[in-house]
Design a protein around this ligand. Structure first.
Ligand code: GLN
Length: 483
């Protein structure tokens, strides 16, 4: 039963082949048995899960239907869950039980999804390897000595290991797409404003966006359908109707114009990944797509701009964790300054402290114009590059990451080496565009992802292309040995 996709689960539940309660028990037992190898969960919510599963079975028995009704999922541990620890992967929030549900959590619960638990993540979503978590690193099910990617590494490892069919993630600079690529999943970062950020603990507010991680594009469509939509409680949420994502999966790719940016194939890209990307292009050409080389001339400035803007916003967002109102408080503070200093010094890990310092520096008087303002100008140039490209093509295709999953600890002494791994993903966040990563092959037994980017609100187009690709390839069906 653990091999079923969300779409198959929906059919099985509708045909009464099994109940949501039975399925939930199977998956909880599987998590108990296998997750100690992976460390993909921070908290399990067995009681809630069984209660939600039983309620979903009653709703189905009463004639209700819906693709998510009774479907088991998990949430990245930065989505607030009422009465349940919401740690953000940090000692700072280890004792924090959220007083309310995030909009995404509430919407999925209302659709009948069953929450199995909260997944491990990089501390405050800062990282690309899931090694900065207070709860320890997550292992990649494809090779337990390698990282699963980050920051949504727990969600990715759990879904890739078939502990559950799908999970939520968030993507500030690649944290859905990159772990999807490194664990052979399909992951979608929606257009900025498509999914509500209310109750999603903020890292960098102008970049953060929640989205689905699953094995197939078809399942991403189902989960996104439950997550997306206008939320008056999030001032950056956009009041646009949500299309039926599953309905658009079967569109023909005849005449689809695919742009491949020449800047993507530079020296930093593993040539074996480049070859797999070219193969995926050929596959899409067979389905009727036309391919064209394009240029994104300002791409080289994306990493420096992102690593100013994201820490700047983080330094502001994380100032609320002061030992007074939320989370960790140091023992026996001498006075208020000591309380602030030691609570933050002891509650935040090294990567978070590094980002706060970089961000506070970039925002400080005298440096604001030179760093933050400059980075914002680069951001506009990057967006303009995309707008020009989308006048010529319908979709942009390239690698999701320059390398496959690296060994645990390999980049720990050099944070900048890890930052460079984000080169292909962060531009979509800077521009606010939707992006998807899907399985495209293997290098040394480790999965490789191909990334698709589309114009604003064209999530349906991304899912359509990915679904057609998946109907004609079998990379996404490969299962890691031992799981
Ligand atoms: N790796 C990037 C960072 O560390 C992106 C993280 C994310 O998308 N949350 O900032």
């Amino acid at each position: 039963m653990h091999q079923l996709t969300l779409a198959e689960i929906a059919r099985g539940l509708a045909d009464k082949k099994f109940s949501s309660e039975e399925l939930t028990k199977v998956l909880l037992a599987r998590i108990a048995q296998l997750d100690p190898q992976l460390n993909s969960f921070i908290s399990l919510t067995e009681d809630l899960a069984l209660q939600q599963a039983k309620a979903a079975d009653v709703r189905r028995a009463n004639g209700e239907s819906g693709a998510l009704l009774g479907a088991p999922i998990a949430h990245k541990d930065l989505f607030c869950t009422q009465g349940i620890r919401t740690s953000c992967g940090s000692k700072m929030l280890d004792n924090f039980k959220a007083p309310y549900d995030a909009t995404v959590v509430a919407k999925l619960a209302a659709a009948g999804a069953v929450t199995l638990g909260k997944t491990n993540m990089d501390e405050f979503a800062m990282g690309s390897a899931n090694e900065s978590s207070y709860y320890g690193a997550v292992k990649n099910p494809w090779n337990l000595e390698h990282v699963p990617g980050g920051s949504s590494g727990g969600s990715a490892a759990a879904v890739a290991a078939r502990l559950l069919p799908a999970a939520t993630g968030t993507d500030t600079g690649g944290s859905i797409r990159q772990p999807a690529a490194l664990t052979n999943l399909t992951g979608l970062k929606p257009t900025y404003g498509r999914v509500s950020r209310w109750g999603m603990i903020a890292y960098a507010s102008s970049l953060d966006q929640g989205g689905p991680l699953a094995r197939t594009a078809e399942d991403c469509a189902i989960l996104l359908q439950g997550m997306a939509g206008f939320d008056p409680q999030d001032s950056t949420s956009i009041d646009e109707p949500v299309p039926d994502y599953s309905a658009s999966l079967n569109g023909s790719l005849q005449g689809l114009r695919i742009g491949v940016p020449k800047e993507y194939f530079s020296a930093g890209l593993d040539p074996r990944i480049a070859e797999l990307i070219h193969n995926s292009v050929k596959e899409l050409e067979k389905l009727g797509a036309v391919v064209k080389e394009i240029s994104l001339p300002n791409m080289q400035h994306a990493i420096p701009a992102y690593y100013v803007i994201a820490p700047a916003e983080a330094s502001s967002n994380l100032s609320r964790f002061d030992g007074v109102r939320f989370g960790y408080r140091c023992e026996d503070p001498k006075d208020l300054t000591d309380l602030y200093k030691r609570s933050r010094g002891e509650g935040f890990g090294p990567e978070v402290q590094r980002r706060i310092m970089v961000g506070a520096y970039a925002l400080s008087a005298g440096y604001y114009d030179a760093y933050y303002l400059k980075a914002q100008k680069i951001r506009r140039l990057i967006k303009n590059d995309f707008m020009a490209a989308f006048n010529e093509v319908d979709i942009i295709l390239g690698p999701t990451t320059p390398n496959p999953a690296w060994k645990l600890g390999a980049k720990n002494s050099d944070p900048v080496a890890a930052y460079l791994e984000d080169v292909y993903t962060i531009t979509a966040n800077l521009a606010g565009l939707p992006g998807l990563s899907m399985p495209a092959g293997f290098v040394d037994g480790l999965p490789v992802g191909v990334q698709l980017l589309a114009p604003y609100f064209q999530e349906g187009r991304l899912l359509n292309v990915a679904h057609q690709y998946q109907l004609n390839t079998d990379w996404h069906t490969r299962t890691p040995t031992g799981f």
